[in-house]
Each structure stands twice: as C-alpha cells, then as structure tokens.
Design a protein around this ligand. Structure first.
Ligand SMILES: Cc1ncc(COP(=O)(O)O)c(C=O)c1O
Length: 370
C-alpha cells in the first residue's frame, strides 16, 4: 500500500474535501435557475477548499469560474484549467489587461479608471467585459445613471468582444427585507432596453429570489454546502457539505467537580466530567472565540467544547461517551456538524471559518486528487 504525504503525517488534523459534493451542489444551483449559465465562485482558494482541485472537478460542467484577481486566475491556468474565468474584481493595474486577454480572462469593469485603462489598452485579442453597476451595495460599480454611457464606450471599443451587465446584492440573505427588490428594480431601470445579458444572483438570491436569476447566476457559498439563509423556509436540502474539518482525540482526562480546564480556567466542571483533548486549535483555523457548548461530533455522536481553544488543541466534554478512546475521530464541522451553527455560536459566518482553515491542516481530496 502506498501512503500519500498527508497519510504519513502524524498530526491527525484534516480538511477532507468531497469534490463530488461540490459538483453536486453546482448542479443543484443550476437546477434552481435552469435557464441561466453559472459562474462558480472559487475566489480565495475556493473559499479555503482548494481552487485548483475544485476547478478541476468542475471543469467538464462549469460555464465559468469566478475569482477575485489575476493571481488567482493565473494559478488555475498554470494548473491546466481551460474553463472560462471571470475576474470579479477586475484588474488592479492597466498592465494586467494584456495578460487577461492572452489568458482569455473576462474582466469586471466597475469604475471609470478601469474603463479608461481598458479603452487605452491594445490587447492581443478582444476581452469579454462584466460591467458592474452599483444598485445599493455602494462599494463597487458605476452609478445607475452612468451605466448607459459606460456601456456605449465598451460597445464601441474594438477590443471588447461582448458585455455582461452585473450588480451585487447587499441583503439577499434576508428575504424579509425589500432591499433586494429595490436593487433589482433600480437595475432594470438603469439597464433600460440595453440588449446585454445580465447577472445579479449570489447564493442567497439563487435560493430566495428567483426573479433575479436572469442570464448568469454567481453561486459561491452554496457550492460548499452552506446556505447563506438563516430562515428555514428555503430549498437548501439539496446542498451537501464539501469540507469535513476533523481531528482525533489525543488525550482523555477524568476530572472532578470543581476542576477547571485550559487557559484562563474558563470552564469549571460542575460534576465529574470526561474531557477529551482534540488536536485542532486556532492555528488550524478553529475559531478561538468558540464558546463552551459549541457542538462537535465524536465517533458521530454529539459532544461539545469545554474550555478556551488554544493554538494546537481544544478540549471537549465527552458527556455520556464512556467508550470514547484516544485516536477516535472528532468532527469540528462537516456533514454531522453544520458549519452555520459553529459560525453562529462564534458570531461569524461560514465564509470566514472556511477561509481561515490554515495551511497546517492536511487537505485530503475525496473523489479526485488535485
Ligand atoms: C461579485 C460576486 N458575485 C458572487 C459572489 C458569491 O457570493 P456567495 O458566496 O454569497 O454566493 C461573490 C462573493 O462574495 C461576489 O463577490
């Protein structure tokens, strides 16, 4: 038997990435918007999951891949990924335009400076442009009243092959608010009769706002199996967790009532308690501010955090699990422990937890090596 490098490593802290679940989630997103194309958003190293591996898994199916910048796109091209790639942040300097054209990246243009760079450039071949209009996020994008003029300049530019008009939602994860409806209405007014394909919907809008689907959807977080919606009313059952963040018990202690655990003695046992020590800490990306009671699963059964998370370890109350032993698996999030629940307890969002899983963790790809 041949061991992979990660299997030979002795510290048992893993992010197991199920590439098939990722592809299934992409297909699910597309099934919700059957007439639309999809940009699979794999920026920030595929939200911490490994962009090359996931791009490769999706290569046959992806209409396009979305990344933040040229560096991320180049990494994909250099790894042999031939899919269409959209730079969602556009270029950060005019010199990037030539490279973007030669590597066939589509570029977002979100302000006049980027537009001027593009008009002045002499790329070797025409580029597709994603023209961004600001409908209320107030971060990037042309003001709605400037959209027509920007569109005309691009349309008349010989090295622009085609244009997609896009916008981004601020509150699509809150179906009770009218903000998304207002942003959509402003978008439609600004677009007027412009005959361009459109793109608005992130994961939350794909799940909760079917009117926004239009020509190109842009799913991100849902591809990793996490729903951005906190209400239970939407169709999220089709999503499968892609990352299983797991480690093992490396020590077990029987403590007495009154004993406290770890730094700051934050947790004090109110009864005789079996405590398990797990080889994962904040240097692996498990949040240091996770409170006592944050759920984990030991051998597939519930247990919970007890005591402050330290750099390399965390401690859990094994509760009724009298049979748990050193070496047993502990899931920190994945299909047994919803990352959304861990994030809620830590006052953050799954996006941040995913992207913080550190390089010290062994990434193991199920269903295809990168
Ligand atoms: C422009 C753009 N579109 C789509 C997405 C995907 O968003 P989500 O992960 O919420 O689906 C992002 C991510 O932030 C984005 O920046």
């Amino acid at each position: 038997m041949r061991w992979t490098r990660a299997q030979r490593m002795s510290r048992p802290t893993f992010a197991r990435i199920d590439t098939r679940a990722f592809v299934a989630n992409y297909c699910y997103a597309k099934s919700l918007a059957p007439k639309a194309n999809a940009v699979a958003v794999i920026k920030a190293n595929a939200y911490g999951h490994g962009a090359v591996a996931l791009a490769r898994a999706l290569e046959e199916k992806a209409d396009a891949l979305g990344v933040a910048c040229s560096e991320e796109a180049l990494e994909l091209r250099e790894s042999g990924i031939r899919s269409r790639i959209v730079l969602l942040g556009g270029v950060f300097a005019p010199e990037e335009i030539a490279d973007a054209a030669s590597h066939k990246f589509a570029i977002t243009v979100h302000n006049q400076t980027q537009l001027d760079w593009l008009l002045a450039a002499r790329p070797e071949r025409p580029l597709q442009v994603w023209l961004k209009v600001d409908t209320g996020m107030h971060r990037l994008g042309f003001a709605p009243q400037k959209l027509q003029s920007a569109y005309r300049q691009l349309r008349d530019c010989a090295h622009v092959s085609d244009i997609v008009v896009m916008s981004h939602f601020a509150c699509a994860d809150q179906p009770g608010l009218s903000t998304t409806r207002d942003q959509l209405a402003l978008f439609v007014r600004a677009l007027d009769d412009t005959p361009a394909p459109c793109s608005l919907a992130n994961s939350a809008a794909i799940l909760a706002w079917p009117d926004t689907h239009r020509d190109w959807i842009r799913p991100g977080i849902m591809l990793y199996g996490s729903s951005p919606l906190d209400s239970g009313e939407t169709r999220t059952n089709g999503l499968r967790a892609v990352m299983r963040f797991e480690s093992r018990l490396i020590s077990i202690r029987q403590l007495a009532a009154g004993d406290s655990i770890g730094y700051g003695a934050r947790y004090t046992c109110d009864r005789p308690t079996r405590i398990g020590v797990v080889a994962a800490g904040y240097a692996d990306g498990y949040p240091r501010n996770a409170p006592d009671g944050t759920p984990v699963a030991v051998n597939g059964r519930p247990a919970c955090l007890a005591g402050r998370v330290s750099m390399d370890m965390l401690t859990i109350d094994l509760g009724q699990q009298a049979d748990a032993q050193i070496g047993d698996p502990v899931q920190l999030w994945g299909e047994q422990i919803a990352i959304g629940e861990v994030a809620r307890r830590c006052d953050t969002i799954p996006y941040e937890l995913f992207t913080r899983v550190s390089q010290r963790v062994h990434f193991d790809y199920l269903g295809g090596r990168p």
